[in-house]
Each structure stands twice: as structure tokens, then as C-alpha cells.
Design a protein around this ligand. Structure first.
Ligand SMILES: Cc1cc2nc3c(=O)[nH]c(=O)nc-3n(C[C@H](O)[C@H](O)[C@H](O)COP(=O)(O)OP(=O)(O)OC[C@H]3O[C@@H](n4cnc5c(N)ncnc54)[C@H](O)[C@@H]3O)c2cc1C
Length: 283
């Protein structure tokens, strides 16, 4: 964790973490294990806590939303979400570790209560609780999150439909032949994989569930979870540091951005080993 590393290197440094959620360090990667019961308590999926970090000398401000960053002036503007007070803070060095948010595709009916997302602690609670009353669950998106959740729900006795718009699953990671083998295994576990099915809308059906429209076909489900990817949350630094076309901050091998006072870490960054490449070329 960046805060701990900084204090280890410089115990006198003043380190402040601003976090808009009411918790820190939630391990989203364990959600599938929580859904299938391998991890019993969601509370066990944090690798640190504000109290732990405070003890190590870090100031942790949860429920504080950073709404503005002026990299040149080295100033941030923050809303204390409990009191609605707005205040400014200044930094010598800023580490942007704002991560990513779940992509919410512009589909008709996506705002229905039975259509959920999967990223945060609150999402994990919601998709676990909602699944308890559901028989059929639809996963929209055949990336690693959709596939992982499909497996978990199949293990807990749910009927599972996995919708993927292209002709294979996990298309950012594996080739078609491997995808075909994997789909065979998923099918053997009772998961219905629908390739070339782009979900277009969600409607309420007569059973108080969902009717999922993929153009030519409609499928009923009690619950749908949209797992269509993540986007870096970096808009506060737009036009202030270099980013790629997805909004990931471009950094060098020291996590430094194009502004020397701004660093980026975690999923919000894209590491370009410019310096390393330059060094190698000079040899
Ligand atoms: C279901 C699932 C499974 C996954 N499985 C894996 C896996 O197996 N392996 C793997 O490597 N990765 C996995 N990931 C991805 C992994 O969870 C992310 O890469 C990781 O969470 C990124 O950490 P981060 O600290 O960069 O960002 P995040 O965890 O997104 O944290 C960023 C934090 O910044 C806060 N924030 C954002 N903007 C502001 C603001 N303006 N003001 C204040 N606070 C703000 C957010 O509230 C958030 O808490 C998975 C993700 C999911 C959802």
C-alpha cells in the first residue's frame, strides 16, 4: 500500500488518504468466493482498516469526496460527505489511486432494482442478498468477472445465463480455441453461455422478474448482474496529465505522471516504461 511504503521510506512524511466510500481496501477480487460461500464473512475481505493505518501515522479521511484537483497549484477541493462542508487541502506530491468504476452501458431498463453491478463492498452485499431469493441469474458480459460470478452462482444451485456480445468469452485474455474449451466446461457445470448475444434492454416480466431482450430473443431471469468492464476514474486530472484514450494515467517506471508532482497507482494508471526503454536504448 502506497501510504505504508511512503512512511517506511520517510517516517516524517505527512500522509493523508481521502476516500469517498465509508471503507478502504476492500478486495473486490474475492467477491466470487463470498458468493459461493468459500469466504463466509464479507468483513474478512479487507486487507487494512482506517484504524490500522491511523496507528501507523496515516491520516485517513473516509466519506471525503475529492471534487477538484488543481495540479499546477497543488491543491485539491474536498467535500466532507458527513457534514457537506467543502474545504481545500494542499499537497507536495499527489498519488492518484482512484481506481476504476463499473461500466454502466446505456441499456433500456438498466436502472431497475433487479439489475445490479459488481465492484464495491456495497455491491457485493447487494448481489449476495438478492441472489438468495433468485432462481435464475443472468450475467451480462463474458469477461473475467462475468465468468467468475457465473461459476459461483452455479455452485450455489442457481440457474445461470451468461450473455456475451462476441463469439467467445474472455476475449481480452484468451484465444477462441481456449474459450471454446472453457465454454464446454462451464456448460458441464450447468451454465448456459449465449455467445453473439448483445443485451439490448431489461423489462419487468409477469413474474416480477426480468425479461432480457437480446434483439431476436428474450430470456427470463430473477436477477441480472452487469459485468461489462471497468473504466479508470481519472476525470479530475483530465487535461492536466497525459492519459491514454481510455483515461488511464500514463506513468513511467516510478509511477510518475507527466506532471512531476502527480503520481498514479493501481488500476487508474497505465505504466509506460519510457525511462527504462530510454536507458536500454542508450546502452
Ligand atoms: C469481481 C472482481 C474480481 C476481480 N478479480 C481480480 C483478480 O482476480 N485479480 C486482479 O488483479 N484484480 C482483480 N480485480 C480488479 C481489482 O479489484 C482492481 O484492480 C483493484 O481494486 C484496483 O485497486 P485500486 O486501489 O487501484 O482501485 P479501487 O479498488 O477501485 O479503489 C479506488 C478507490 O478510490 C476511491 N475514489 C475514487 N474517486 C475518488 C474521489 N474523487 N475522492 C475520493 N475517493 C475516490 C473509490 O471510492 C475507491 O475506493 C477484480 C475486480 C472485481 C470487481
Amino acid at each position: 500500500m502506497a501510504a505504508q511504503q511512503i512512511l517506511a521510506a520517510d517516517p516524517k512524511a505527512e500522509v493523508v488518504i481521502y476516500e469517498r466510500d465509508d471503507n478502504i481496501s476492500f478486495l473486490s477480487c474475492g467477491i466470487a468466493l463470498y458468493l459461493d460461500g468459500t469466504v463466509k464473512r464479507l468483513e474478512d475481505m479487507f486487507y487494512s482498516s482506517p484504524e490500522d493505518l491511523e496507528q501507523q501515522g496515516v491520516t485517513v479521511k473516509t466519506q471525503h469526496n475529492v471534487i477538484e484537483i488543481d495540479a499546477k497549484q497543488r491543491r485539491i477541493r474536498v467535500v466532507d460527505m458527513k457534514s457537506d462542508q467543502i474545504f481545500d487541502d494542499h499537497f507536495d506530491k499527489l498519488i492518484m489511486a482512484t481506481g476504476s468504476s463499473a461500466v454502466v452501458p446505456p441499456l433500456v431498463g438498466i436502472d431497475q432494482s433487479k439489475v445490479l453491478m459488481c465492484k464495491t463492498y456495497a455491491h457485493a452485499q447487494e448481489i449476495k442478498d438478492s441472489a438468495e431469493n433468485a432462481k435464475t441469474i443472468a450475467l451480462v458480459g463474458g469477461g473475467y468477472v462475468g465468468v467468475e460470478l457465473a461459476e459461483s452462482y452455479a455452485r450455489t444451485g442457481h440457474e445461470v445465463d451468461l450473455f456475451q456480445s462476441s463469439d467467445q468469452i474472455l476475449n481480452h485474455y484468451i484465444d477462441k480455441a481456449t474459450s471454446d474449451r472453457l465454454i464446454k466446461m462451464l456448460t458441464e457445470h450447468g451454465i448456459r453461455v449465449h455467445l453473439n448475444h448483445r443485451v439490448k434492454s431489461f423489462e419487468r416480466n409477469d413474474n416480477q422478474g426480468l425479461s432480457i431482450n437480446t434483439g431476436d430473443e428474450k430470456f427470463d431471469a430473477d436477477l441480472a448482474i452487469v459485468t461489462t468492464g471497468f473504466m479508470p476514474v481519472t476525470e479530475l486530472l483530465e487535461y492536466q496529465v497525459e492519459m491514454d484514450r481510455h483515461g488511464a494515467i500514463i506513468v513511467d517506471n516510478h509511477c510518475q505522471s507527466s506532471d512531476p508532482n502527480v503520481y498514479a497507482a493501481g488500476i487508474a494508471q497505465l505504466v509506460i516504461l519510457i525511462r527504462l526503454a530510454n536507458q536500454l536504448m542508450r546502452r
